[in-house]
Design a protein around this ligand. Structure first.
Ligand SMILES: [Zn+2]
Length: 61
């Protein structure tokens, strides 16, 4: 029984760390449009969905 529980705990740990890694990667590589909330690559100047100007974060370049 303990083996099953530890295995499940291990799986949950992997899933959670995967979610965290994806989350951190998305924050690093993407911006979210303040107008429509669409995900845009950081190098874009305009939203690909609504063409709103993306405001680059301070310290870019
Ligand atoms: Zn947009």
């Amino acid at each position: 029984m303990f083996e099953v529980l530890s295995f499940l705990g291990f799986m949950v740990l992997i899933l959670v760390s995967g979610v965290f890694a994806t989350n951190i990667y998305c924050r690093m590589a993407y911006n979210w449009c303040s107008e429509c909330g669409a995900m845009n690559a950081k190098r874009r100047d305009q939203c690909r969905k609504c063409s709103a100007l993306m405001t680059p974060p301070a310290g870019k370049g």
